[in-house]
Design a protein. Structure first.
Lengths: 93, 489
């Protein structure tokens, strides 16, 4: 795990990492990857992949409308809103 | 004829795949019970989950699953009994969760196909996968100089992503793929196919290579190509751009490009590059989606007749030309109109021709959907029967149809009011023929002496004139010939 990978992962996760922390984080992530490597050695060729530790299947709901928030409530927590829209700093290609 | 791009150094071919996002027709969202109707006020259809408020959990919409399964089955795909929802992680202002719930390693369905008609005739295009996912919200950038406005009504709306294999080779083929997929979705009722409202969106993956090469070139992805016409335009432009770059010794950069329908051009979206690292992982909030095999078979057994099968039936049973058969099968409403029109035993070919040439152009000109046609199949049927019974000529029928289109009056009423009804009564016409012959002995003599046999046609004209154009021309012609022959003997 090199420092550039740490920086890339941090930027993808929108995490601000101080320059002096990077080496420590790299070592810690390396240790986690070591554990994953160890797990990867277990022979599981004949085992179906497990995506969740819970048993069972996802429950389904009927296709019906049930509003649980008004427009006012939805916008209430926004730092800024205007004409019913959330207002955010300009993000444009 | 296989599509080629002629470069300065020789011929190139394009290799393409389409990714289509189709909004699944439901009343509520994929994981929340908020409404998904188009055109609501901003943020009026947003539940707590759609705004990603803490403490909320997604619960999957069973109808969305049914709709996606039926679409997959109609595309002859394998529907998997177990599929898994995953998180596709990226940050954007209109994605409050910070991830899109999608399917990745274990999608709902794989390995389907769709028959298309393009540059190389009829070909089967592979469908790599069909999976379910939620849509993001919508950002509006032109309401303010330094701020973007976000509407979350679309956030969480159910989508099917339908990914083709890289099997497409030309713009016509790609256009046919999109058109036929849309017809299929509309027939199934699983997506309204409305490209203007964003219910159906198309991305094009395209690379080029020299004719004869077997290795694939580097591809680009052009997003936001939202009409069949733009698909053709975007493919032609992008293929030409890539060939020009390569012939100048350049390399194609794997990138996302955004199609601008106003300019008919695409431009690079550089900021998207890093975003391609989506770090998918199974969503811990959602257990696997598990479907029973018998239930899947029930869905398969209850699929409606699909457009391609219907077009084949129209060709084989009714003898329609392939183009007319397809036009009448493509839209479920077209097929319904046609079948209602012929159900009284009317001639299918004649009916089909009438619809394609007269009704469809009237609909196009006035921008009306066939379901809202001012002339119903029953009313049109009455008009066609008048033609069939030789009471109206084809030309007169068109005039009557135009008046019917304005609304309010039936064919019979218009014919009566205009005094148009064709005279097909032989006795009435025979009298008119005798009168014409008696009034013009010189012309009769011309015919009898053999000086001018074409004068028979002139007599038909006299009869038409005498009857104000209402005589059935075929019958008038026969009666003139008979009357002249009688005088000869």
């Amino acid at each position: 795990m090199d420092t550039s990978t740490v920086k890339k992962v941090a930027s993808l996760a929108r995490l601000r990492v101080k320059e002096e922390e990077i080496t420590t984080i790299a070592q810690e992530l390396q240790a986690i990857l070591g554990l994953v490597d160890q797990l990867a050695k277990v022979k599981i060729d004949n085992t179906a992949p497990m995506t969740t530790p819970s048993a069972g299947k996802t429950p389904l709901r009927p296709d019906a409308i049930e509003a649980n928030a008004s427009r006012v409530q939805i916008l209430e927590n926004a730092p800024q809103s205007e004409e019913g829209f959330f207002v955010v700093p300009k993000v444009v290609e | 004829m296989t599509w080629r791009i002629q470069g300065a150094s020789g011929a190139w071919e394009a290799v393409m795949g389409l990714e289509v996002h189709a909004q699944i027709l439901t009343v509520s969202k994929l994981f929340s019970s908020a409404a998904c109707a188009f055109g609501a006020e901003a943020n009026a259809q947003v539940n707590l989950l759609d705004a990603a408020l803490p403490g909320t959990l997604p619960v999957c919409n069973d109808h969305a699953v049914t709709q996606a399964v039926r679409t997959a089955l109609a595309l002859s795909a394998t529907v998997h009994e177990t599929s898994v929802f995953e998180r596709k992680n990226y940050f954007y202002a209109d994605l409050p969760l910070g991830y899109q719930i999608s399917q990745y390693q274990q999608p709902l369905a794989t390995e389907g196909e769709l028959e298309v008609e393009g540059e190389d005739g009829t070909r089967r295009i592979g469908i790599e996968r069909l999976h379910m996912e939620q849509d993001a919200g919508k950002s509006v950038h032109d309401m303010h100089d330094s701020a973007s406005f976000v509407d979350l009504n679309r956030a969480g709306v159910p989508l099917m992503e339908i990914v083709s294999c890289p099997d497409l080779r030309g713009p016509k083929e790609a256009a046919s793929y999109l058109r036929r997929l849309r017809a299929l979705l509309r027939t199934l009722g699983t997506c309204d196919g409305n490209m203007n409202e964003g219910s159906l969106r198309c991305d094009i993956n395209l690379s080029v290579r020299r004719v004869g090469d077997t290795e694939l070139g580097t591809r680009t992805e052009t997003k936001n190509v939202n009409s069949v016409r733009f698909v053709v335009q975007a493919i032609e432009r992008e293929a030409a751009r890539q060939v020009a770059v390569l012939e100048e010794g350049g390399v194609i950069v794997q990138e996302t490009r955004l199609f601008d329908p106003n300019k008919g051009e695409s431009r690079s979206m550089r900021s998207k590059e890093e975003a391609h690292d989506y770090r998918y992982f199974p969503d811990p909030d959602l257990l696997p989606l598990v479907l029973r095999a018998e239930w899947i078979e029930q869905q398969r057994a209850s699929l409606p007749e699909l457009p391609q099968a219907r077009a084949r039936r129209f060709e084989e049973t009714f003898g329609l030309a392939p183009s007319a058969a397809w036009l009448l099968s493509e839209e479920p409403d077209n097929a319904e109109y046609f079948e209602a029109l012929i159900c009284g035993g009317r001639d299918p070919v004649r009916c089909a021709n009438w619809l394609v040439t007269n009704l469809f152009s009237a609909l196009n000109e006035s921008g009306i959907e066939i379901a809202d046609s001012p002339v119903s199949p029953d009313e049109l049927g009455v008009l066609l029967d008048l033609v069939e019974q030789d009471k109206l000529s084809g030309r007169q029928a068109k005039e009557v149809f135009e008046e019917m289109w304005q609304g309010g009056k039936s064919a019979t009423e218009i014919v009566k009011a205009r005094g148009l009804e064709q005279i097909s009564d032989a006795d009435t016409l025979r009298a008119a023929v005798e009168l014409a012959l008696n009034d013009n002995p010189e012309q009769v003599e011309d015919f009898l002496s053999g000086r001018n046999e074409k004068v028979a046609g002139w007599f038909v004209g006299q009869v038409m004139k005498a009857t104000g154009g209402k005589a059935n021309p075929q019958l008038a012609n026969r009666l003139v010939q008979e009357a002249l022959a009688k005088r000869k003997s």
